[in-house]
Each structure stands twice: as C-alpha cells, then as structure tokens.
Design a protein around this ligand. Structure first.
Ligand SMILES: C[S@@+](CC[C@H](N)C(=O)[O-])C[C@H]1O[C@@H](n2cnc3c(N)ncnc32)[C@H](O)[C@@H]1O
Length: 236
C-alpha cells in the first residue's frame, strides 16, 4: 500500500505530506532545548571567517568547500588561476586536491605578501604579486584545461575587469568562479559598488559562452553558496 502511494502520488504532494508528518512529530515530540538546530545566512557568514585549512585561514562557506573538490575532480584542470591569495589556504587546498588527482598547477595572484611558508614552498603553487591587473596572460600559455577563481577585492570594477581579462583563458567545460556575491545579501552592496553580482549581471549578456551552472549554485538550496550565481561554466 505504502509503495503504491509513493509510486502514484505526485512529487510535490509527497513532499508536502512529508513536511506535514514531520511538523506533527515536532508538535507531539518537541525537540529538547539543547538539541535545537538553528542557523541562517548571517550565522554561516560569521562562521566562515573562522574557517582554516591545515591551520591556515581559508575563508569559505562549507558548501563551496565541498563543491570545489567536486569541480577539481570533474575538470581535473591543468591550471587553476586564483585571484586573491591572502594567507594561501585555498591555494593549498587546491594543491592538495591536485595531488590527489596527480595533476595540475596553481597560479595564485595577490598584491600583498602574507602567504604562509608551506604554501609558498608547495611545488604546485606559483605566487604572483602584481595583482590581477599585472598578471601576464602568457604565464598561462601551454595549459589546456584552465579554471579561474576570483576571490580578490570583490569591488564591482575589479570583478568585471578580472572577468574580461581572464574569461578567455577558461577552457570549454571549465569554470570562472566569481566568489562572494553573498556580500550583497549581508549588506555590502554599496561598499563594493554593487559587488560581484553587478559584474556578473553585466558580463553575462555579452558573453553567451558562459552560463550560470545551477547544479552547483543550487545544490544545497537556491544559491546556497557564498558565490551567488557565481559558478560560471564555459559552454562553447
Ligand atoms: C578574501 S582574500 C583572498 C582569500 C583567499 N582566496 C583564501 O580563500 O584564503 C582577498 C585577497 O585579495 C587580495 N587583493 C586585493 N586586490 C587585489 C588585486 N588587484 N589583485 C589580486 N589580489 C588582490 C587581497 O590582498 C587579499 O589578500
């Protein structure tokens, strides 16, 4: 009987039934106070400042950590260009992932030099200190599968500039990941002159070779990522 109900009931109705059942359970068996689950965008935002990778600050939402390792495994890039190194936590994360697939190099670009020693010493990582503006695209010559990640100033002008400069490097099937569109949601839109989201909105209509990959943006719920509409997949 249960199987017939599951087979012939439309999915939205099944979900509504499940929700109602859980709500009733909660009502009849309330959760003890110390077992209550409570988090939201603001709490995840505050928490992401505490994230480290191998002890090195690596400010990232948990959802994106998971998706980055999926993307590295899926694309197996020859080269990842990371714009915005900071202490190098993400560069090291990528380098370790690349070690796992046995393939790839990272060019990490910043304007400051605060990188931890183990990051600078990693054989897969090359550091560039002249900002995204000063990176010579010739450094990427010879690499076929290229993935680009912008996690630098998050100012609208910088993000758009980086998109225009680096997007042609992204190989078909790979990604330009624009990080931190979430700053608009947490009140930073004016400070960042519209931020990454304004840049994405302007970039996409004239670059139909890219599309927002909803598989990653919406994996854990609609735009449950710091990179709102930021997983730009090159489709041709
Ligand atoms: C949010 S942090 C990067 C965090 C790093 N990706 C991580 O996950 O650990 C932003 C970095 O961008 C750098 N930055 C600012 N302007 C830049 C530019 N024009 N080019 C490259 N990096 C820049 C800052 O110095 C800072 O270290």
């Amino acid at each position: 009987m249960k199987e017939i109900f599951k087979t012939y009931t439309p999915a939205p109705l099944l979900r509504a039934y499940g929700d109602a059942k859980r709500a009733l359970q909660k009502y009849t068996h309330p959760t003890p106070k110390d077992e209550v689950v409570s988090f939201n965008l603001q709490s995840v935002y505050r928490g992401h400042f505490k994230v480290t990778y191998r002890g090195i600050p690596c400010l990232r939402y948990p959802f994106d950590y998971v998706m980055y390792q999926m993307i590295v495994s899926e694309i197996q890039p020859d080269l990842i260009i990371e714009i915005g190194t900071n202490y190098g936590g993400t560069a090291l994360y990528f380098a370790d992932l690349m070690d796992a697939v046995g393939h790839g190099a990272i060019h990490s670009i910043d304007v400051e030099d605060r990188v931890r020693a183990e990051v600078a010493a990693h054989p897969r990582i090359t550091l560039f200190k002249n900002g995204w503006e000063g990176y010579d695209l010739a450094h990427a010559a010879g690499y076929k599968k290229i993935l680009v990640l912008d996690d630098a100033s998050h100012m609208y002008e910088d993000v758009l500039g980086a998109l225009q400069k680096f997007a042609p490097l992204v190989s078909v099937g790979s990604y330009f990941i624009v990080e931190d569109g979430i700053i608009n949601e947490v009140g930073g839109e004016a400070q960042y002159h519209g931020g990454p989201l304004k840049a994405i909105r302007e970039f996409l209509p004239t670059h139909t070779e890219f599309t927002v990959d909803r598989t990653y943006c919406d994996m854990f719920g609609t735009n449950a990522t710091a990179n709102i509409n930021g997983y730009l997949k090159r489709i041709h």
